[in-house]
Design a protein around this ligand. Structure first.
Ligand code: SAM
Length: 307
């Protein structure tokens, strides 16, 4: 008898690429067996994502014993403080170096967590590979989420060659360095010195010669005399909406803002957006945060004329 799970159906020719991406993002539920259906393969997911439906899967007995976790490079982050489960997890995969348990929620201005080491090397630093790029991260010093990998590729996919991009809350640089593949110039700002230190390192690691790192509070950016940007990325889900006026001021007429926001109601931030632009707005669900709350992205075309 199968169990109903969130599931993603993809064409068979994209199955291997999707399996790897879901694994990297910690979204593939390894307790169940993916299965073919017609011309597609159904992948079991750990949570709801855009395009997911409900399907039945058979449990994999040999995996059913492994504790739930999220993978970030060579680190597994467990949901339970279970040292014995952590040892089993560590020995189940040669690529794992450390198993952590978060002692706090993501907190503070720097959006970091404190971790206890449950098994393996006592370190919160690891290297993440994402679509051919490498990011060195330190989970206790600076924010990083592997779960936004697909979202970064989506934004890259809508860009024109040579754009001027601003990443207002760049962290260790995953958006900035990904978008640099198509951009002419990326300005990447963050106010966490440890994040900017890793950002500088990751720019060099990926030989991204068109990314300029900045230790700066995003609120001060409009005063620094930048020429207008074609695209502004705003990934600070709890507070980004308050930076909409600053982002719109930094963006050219007809340019795009990508606003990531935590919301509990569809269209929650439309009134704030409408106060600065009458341009087109597309809103989509990125991932579930907690029951009744989700991360949404608003793609906002800046048209200041009528405001
Ligand atoms: N964009 C990165 C990513 O996807 O991994 C980091 C996103 S993280 C949710 C938000 C980042 O914004 C943190 O690195 C934090 O230090 C930074 N931050 C918070 N307030 C800021 C501000 N006022 N100005 C600039 N950066 C800020």
């Amino acid at each position: 008898m199968g169990k109903e799970q969130w599931c993603l159906a993809v064409p068979k020719r994209e199955a291997e690429q999707t399996r790897r991406r879901l694994l990297e993002e910690g979204l593939l539920d390894r307790n169940f067996r993916p299965r073919p259906e017609g011309d597609t393969v159904l992948f079991p997911l750990t949570e709801e994502v855009a395009g997911a439906t409900r399907c039945e899967f058979e449990a994999l007995p040999e995996r059913a014993e492994l504790p739930r976790h999220e993978l970030v490079g060579g680190i597994a982050i467990m949901q339970e403080d279970d040292p014995e489960g952590a040892e089993r997890l560590l020995s189940s995969r040669p690529s794992l170096q450390t198993v952590l348990f978060p002692e706090t929620a993501v907190e503070g201005e720097y959006r970091t967590r404190r971790f206890a080491v449950l098994a393996g090397v006592p370190s919160t630093r690891t290297r993440v590979t994402e679509y051919g790029l490498s990011f060195d991260v330190d989970l206790s010093l600076a924010y990083f989420s592997a779960r936004l990998a697909t979202e970064r590729q989506r934004v890259l996919g809508v860009m024109e060659e040579g754009e001027r991009v601003l990443d207002m809350f760049a962290g260790v640089g995953p958006f900035a360095i990904t978008l640099a593949r198509r951009a002419g110039l990326v300005i990447a700002a963050d106010l966490n010195p440890a994040a900017v230190h890793l950002l500088v390192h990751n720019i060099a690691l990926n030989r991204a010669t068109n990314v300029v790192p900045m230790l700066a509070d995003a609120a001060h950016l409009p005063r620094l005399g930048f020429a207008p940007f074609d695209r502004v990325v705003m990934n600070l889900p709890l507070a980004a909406p308050q930076f909409i006026p600053a982002a719109a001021a930094l963006c050219r007429e007809g340019g795009t803002l990508h606003l990531y926001a935590l919301e509990g109601q569809e269209g929650e931030f439309l009134p704030l957006i409408r106060a600065v632009t009458q341009g087109e707005v597309a809103e989509r669900h990125v991932r579930t945060y907690s029951p009744g709350k989700w991360h949404a992205v608003y793609d906002i075309v800046v048209e200041k004329g009528g405001c």
